[in-house]
Ligand binder design. Structure first.
Ligand SMILES: [Zn+2]
Length: 470
């Protein structure tokens, strides 16, 4: 309605929207009114996590028509609150049985929340002009959302979590068969929303202001044709921290380049020559000139590996570690075994499409005795490991690899470090992914450890348990 108001200027549309915001205050069962958003209170399970994505942007949208800053503050404060308690390192909003839940190794995310939260960030990016919302878009799109889809685009997981050794009809903590990989579920929202996400992300990459200056809110390969503005973006971002923009039009205007919060320095060149540009308060660095078709702008960011402690104090309180580099979160990719299953699709699946159970693959222990085999095989579990809680970024090396095939299947970047074998970390007969029981894990040998971008995995360890070391 607010968007329609911009075109037809009928005051009744604004009146209706403001009436609705007040109605929400009187019937605030889900603590999603703008007045509830303005408070510091936030309660798990109070509202549907997808509802947060759809409702939170509404007051800010009404602000764009009325100028009432209270509405804008409500949306901004709500995002601050939910991000402080309910968002994984991967940008995944936590949904406990679809409702707001705490961060933890096995707390799940419903797929459609990626799309509706992305839309919330994207709307806030263009309403406020604040670069942090572009960063949230990238975090969610390049990490969480990629990690919950099959890499041939033919299945998603309705629910997924940072640590997952199973994605089967039995592995979900919250809801029935919802961790299984499927092209369609009896509940339609997530598959539908999953195909809406990429075009929504692309739509939010570049913004314009009233003079048609361009703002790069998020980075990714794309091209733009709008009015007399045209350009192309070539980049392997987020696998590389360099972005090249080639102008395909003439004209005087500014390119505002987002400087990510993780960037420890940046360098901008125009046609190979360095250009000095200071980032503004909103974290955009402007480059203004009279452009000619074929001009090339390059921006590169300095980044370093970060080892972070995950605050899971409202869940297991194990404070596991997570590792990121640039816009990417890294995980140990648990070897996967995909088994097609019949599932319960509502309509027949086309040829070549299936539901799948995904389980961790391992080499059986080579012993004759079946009973002994059960006891020994956990030594073959490559995911039974823990990290030194004092692990420093200096202990982690970055390997940039040539692109070979699809980047989400063959990652062009890896991290290498070390870990410690934790033979008793996981139970033998489990069918769900458990939190580790002890605060510090009993460990034996020191081992090499290679990590992949989270988005390249479907089974993984992302929140690393801590080793008991003297
Ligand atoms: Zn859904």
């Amino acid at each position: 309605m607010i968007l329609v108001y911009r075109y037809i200027k009928d005051q009744r549309l604004i009146d209706f929207c403001e009436d609705y915001l007040e109605f929400m205050c009187r019937k605030d069962y889900f603590l999603l009114s703008y007045k509830a958003m303005l408070t510091d209170e936030l309660h798990y399970c109070s509202c549907h996590t997808g509802g947060v994505g759809t409702k939170t942007r509404l007051p800010a949208l009404v602000y764009t028509a009325t100028g009432n800053k209270t509405y804008l503050q409500a949306s901004e404060n709500m995002i601050r609150k939910v991000r402080a308690k309910c968002v994984h390192a991967t940008g995944s909003p936590v949904s406990a049985s679809e409702y707001l839940g705490p961060v933890g190794s096995v707390t799940e995310t419903e797929y459609c929340t990626y799309t509706v939260w992305h839309m919330m960030y994207s709307y806030m990016s263009y309403i406020t002009g604040d670069a942090k919302y572009g960063e949230y878009m990238e975090e969610l799109f390049y990490n969480g959302a990629q990690g919950a889809r099959k890499k041939d685009e033919r299945a998603i997981a309705y629910l997924n979590s940072p640590n997952q050794l199973y994605a089967t009809t039995k592995s979900s903590w919250a809801m029935g068969d919802m961790q299984v990989y499927a092209p369609c579920y009896p509940t339609a929202c997530c598959p539908v929303m999953s195909v809406l996400l990429p075009p929504e992300f692309i739509r939010g990459l570049i913004l314009r202001d009233g003079e048609d200056n361009l703002y790069f809110a998020a980075y990714g390969p794309c091209s733009l044709k709008y009015g007399d503005r045209a350009l192309r973006v070539d980049t392997l971002y987020p696998f590389r921290n360099r972005v090249k923009i080639t102008l395909e039009c003439d004209g005087e205007f500014a390119l505002h380049l987002r400087i990510p919060s993780w960037s420890e320095g940046y360098r901008v060149t125009v046609n190979g020559e360095e250009v000095k540009t200071e980032k503004d308060e909103a974290s955009y660095a402007p480059v203004q000139r009279l452009w000619k078709k074929g001009d090339e702008v390059e921006i590169s960011f300095e980044a370093s590996v970060k080892v972070q402690t995950v605050d899971d104090s409202d869940m297991a309180s194990k404070f596991p570690l997570s590792i990121r580099y640039g816009a990417l979160v890294f995980a140990y990719h648990v070897p996967e075994k995909w088994t097609p299953i019949k599932g319960t699709p509502m309509t027949p699946l086309p040829e070549g499409w299936s539901w799948f159970n995904v389980r961790a693959a391992f080499t059986p222990a080579s012993v004759e005795d079946g009973h002994e085999e059960i006891g020994l095989r956990r030594w073959q579990y490559s995911w039974n490991f823990a990290l030194d809680e004092k692990l420093s970024p200096a202990d982690i090396t970055v390997e940039e690899r040539d692109v070979a095939g699809y980047v989400w299947e063959n990652p062009p970047i890896l991290l290498h470090t070390h870990c410690y074998k934790a033979p008793y970390l996981n139970a033998t007969y489990q069918s769900k992914t458990f939190e580790p029981f002890e605060k510090y894990q009993y460990v034996t040998d020191r081992l090499d450890l290679t990590l992949e971008p989270y988005g390249c995995t479907n089974l993984r360890i992302t929140y690393f348990p801590k080793a008991k070391l003297d």
